[in-house]
Design a protein around this ligand. Structure first.
Ligand code: KG4
Ligand code: ZN
Length: 353
């Protein structure tokens, strides 16, 4: 089939990668726009779109040169077509379509969530591969869902958040503790100095059937506790105790909901191998990783967490999702429009209208 170029531009990471047809990475590049958005305390869509436009042409040229392939020799080009910020999606898919048209090669508009979901199947990543079906928990700044991944384009959403994503909750709590943005890693470092038992924060949804998630009540409880000290007057130990208490509560909730997701998966696929894949930026958190490992062991599931660079947004996963689709003959037409909202189980492809 030839190598595949992948382009990611759905949020604040600009990335391009070339994989050979077996999924080996020939070249990849990623530029985080964190510095551009940090002064605003979150991603500014207009700045993100302009940055993707400024960065992608040279980045694509550079990865193609490093991979040593010409556009015409590609087996296809894959661009993230949603869900995400529409400006960035238009830039990335526009470039991908332009290359496909000019080089006369197939185009694939990739669902970003499917790219996260299929990462587990990259060759060499998980011992023995990740045959369908498997259970996926996606926990990031924008996403929180448990999904049974049955096949390419075949995903069953078992549950998801009813309000914030966990990374979003980490970012908001970090902000009120004065830790900057994005706050997850800084909050984890601060939590290491704190006592997680000092505050009895709520564990939303804990013990409820199903595997939906909720984090906004927890975030509000931490905010209320922090406010007792007055703005900017939080002593370091107090902040550390709040961070530790919050992180423990998130870990408890995620472990509880994951346990229910495992039970639902096992019920639905009694004969499938019990593989539990965790992806997204929050999967990098060690306390959360430990809680999920514990839950997986208790339910007889093998836990697989791809390395952080493949768990967070990247273009390797987009190229790989493109390869999986192209292998099945699932190229898209130029009519496929980018979609800001595109649930995994809400129809396999956008309609283009
Ligand atoms: O997957 P990702 O890079 O981007 C998307 O949101 O799509 O995830 C970033 C999110 C941010 O909210 C960040 O604060 C959070 O993941 N995060 C963490 C940690 N590292 C990143 N949250 C908790 N603990 C961490 N160590
Ligand atoms: Zn993502």
């Amino acid at each position: 089939m030839g190598p595949v170029l992948g382009i990611e531009s759905s949020c604040d990471d600009t990335a391009a990668a070339v994989l050979d047809e077996d999924g080996r990475v020939l070249a990849e590049s990623i530029a985080s726009q964190e510095g551009a958005h940090a002064p605003f305390g979150g991603v500014v869509p207009e700045i993100a779109a302009r940055a993707h436009l400024a960065l992608l042409p040279d980045m694509v040229g550079a990865v193609m040169a490093r991979a040593g392939v010409t556009f015409a020799a590609l087996g296809g080009v894959a661009g993230t077509a949603g869900p995400g910020l529409i400006g960035g999606l238009i830039v990335g898919t526009g470039i991908a379509k332009g290359i496909a048209l000019a080089a006369g090669i197939p185009y694939v508009g990739v669902n970003h969530l499917e790219a996260h979901a299929l990462t587990a199947r990259l060759p060499g990543l998980i011992d023995g591969g990740a045959p369908f079906p498997y259970l996926l928990l996606l926990v990031s700044g924008g996403h929180c869902q448990a999904v049974a991944v049955e096949g390419v384009g075949r995903h069953v959403r078992l549950g998801g958040t009813v309000d914030d994503a966990p990374g979003e909750a980490f970012d908001k709590v970090a902000k009120l503790l004065g830790l900057g943005w994005p706050g997850g890693p800084a909050l984890e470092r601060l939590a290491a100095e704190g006592d997680p038992r000092r505050h009895a924060f709520p564990r939303p949804m804990l013990g409820r059937p199903g595997c939906d998630f909720s984090f906004s009540g927890l975030k509000t409880a931490v905010a209320r506790e922090a406010a007792r000290h007055g703005v900017g007057a939080l002593p370091r130990q107090e902040a550390a105790d709040l961070a530790a208490g919050f992180q423990r509560a998130v870990a408890d909730v995620l472990a509880d909901r994951a346990a229910n997701a495992m039970a639902l998966f096992a019920e639905r696929f009694p004969d499938a191998p019990r593989l539990f894949v965790v992806a997204g930026g929050v999967a990098a958190n060690r306390a959360i990783g430990a809680a999920l490992a514990h839950a997986a062991a208790a339910h007889g599931f093998r836990l697989a967490v791809p390395p952080p660079r493949l768990c967070t947004d990247n273009a390797v996963m987009v190229a790989w999702a493109g390869i999986e689709r192209l292998r099945l003959g699932l190229a898209d037409t130029m009519e496929l429009e980018p979609r800001p909202r595109w649930p995994l189980d809400g129809g396999a492809r956008p309609t283009g209208t």
